[in-house]
Design a protein. Structure first.
Length: 326
């Protein structure tokens, strides 16, 4: 079976790398051909267009920065929809608008192929080690067919329901992560201005009821000064904006969500849309004339082994032969 992968950005490259490491026959494409070079050097094939990939691959994965980018890959000239057909599966792994997934998914079905939305959660470092969580929105038969691939890419794989359900849940989880990041920024600046040792504060939070995945990752890159989480403010705004739209559509009068959007719009206007998301703390640092750093704090983000992190470790299953998905 050949897997096509379109979108070799921060997360996509890590996911595609897991496939290549596990000897999956891989075809790749990105607008920046330079990003594909390491994969081509390692044995992957290059697709001249999304349509060419759809002709050659059994499963095509897209991992792109926006709904508009995905629509262009699917519907543009030389797009995937020109060549998808019976027996093919399209997996959307972007964090995107569930309505777009459903709209494009129906077009995929009309061609006799099958769609699935499979956004990931856990950050680039876990994507790189195959220890990321994956939500899968699709028919159960499609889920069963793609599960061997998904267990190469991630360690916790959850079938969330029909197409679009995974995208709904993913923007909800990113909203929760964003709210957690902002409150952690407030806590760390307050700790700094209260003359507390920040390394001790980090550990105290980690062992207490205030702990979270966001604290163990994003507080760490704040305190070591790198602020590098491979996620930028424009992507935060895209995701929490999608959640806000979902809530408005459902008639839910959110209170915190609009404030988060205002905070990140202000941060983006001050520091740039491609600024790392943890640098939202700079708004408070500048207001308080302080810099939140913990001397001697680890410069590299650590990561627990899957078992230590509480993940159920699912060994990669056998990859179906070409034609087995038909």
């Amino acid at each position: 079976m050949t897997v096509g992968f379109i979108g070799l950005g921060n997360v996509g490259a890590k996911l595609a790398g897991s496939l290549l490491r596990n000897d999956v026959s891989l075809m790749v494409r990105d607008l920046d051909e330079g990003l594909a070079k390491p994969f081509l050097d390692a044995g992957a094939q290059w697709a001249d267009s999304p349509a060419a990939m759809a002709q050659a691959a059994d499963v095509i994965i897209t991992c792109l920065p926006s709904p508009a980018a995905c629509a262009e890959v699917m519907e543009g000239e030389g797009g995937l929809l020109e060549a998808l057909g019976p027996g093919k599966i399209w997996i959307e792994m972007s964090t995107t608008d569930y309505r777009e997934v459903q709209r494009l998914g129906q077009k995929v079905k009309d061609l006799g192929a099958q769609p699935a939305d499979c956004p990931v959660s856990g950050g680039c470092h876990r994507a790189a080690t195959g220890n990321i969580a994956i939500l899968a929105g699709c028919e159960r038969s499609v889920f069963d067919a793609i599960l061997p691939l998904l267990t190469i890419l991630g360690r916790r794989v959850l079938h969330s329901g029909p197409l679009g359900s995974a995208s709904k849940i993913k923007v909800m989880t990113n909203y929760l992560a964003t709210a957690n990041l902002v409150t952690l920024c407030e806590a760390l600046v307050t700790a700094s201005k209260s003359d507390l040792d920040l390394a001790t504060v980090y550990e105290a939070i980690r062992i207490s009821s205030g702990n979270s995945f966001v604290h163990e990752t994003e507080s760490q890159v704040i305190l070591n000064g790198s602020r590098d989480i491979n996620f930028t403010m424009d992507l935060v705004l895209k995701d929490i904006g999608l959640f806000q739209s979902m809530a408005e559509e459902a008639g839910v009068p959110l209170e915190i969500s609009p404030q988060l959007i205002e905070i990140f719009e202000d941060g983006q206007s001050r520091f740039g849309e491609r600024e790392w998301s943890p640098n939202i703390i700079r708004r408070l640092e500048e207001a308080c004339d302080t810099r939140v750093l913990a001397e001697g704090f680890p410069a590299q983000m650590s990561d627990l082994e899957p078992e230590e992190a509480g993940y159920e470790v699912v060994p990669p299953g056998p990859i179906p032969a070409a034609g087995a998905l038909h």
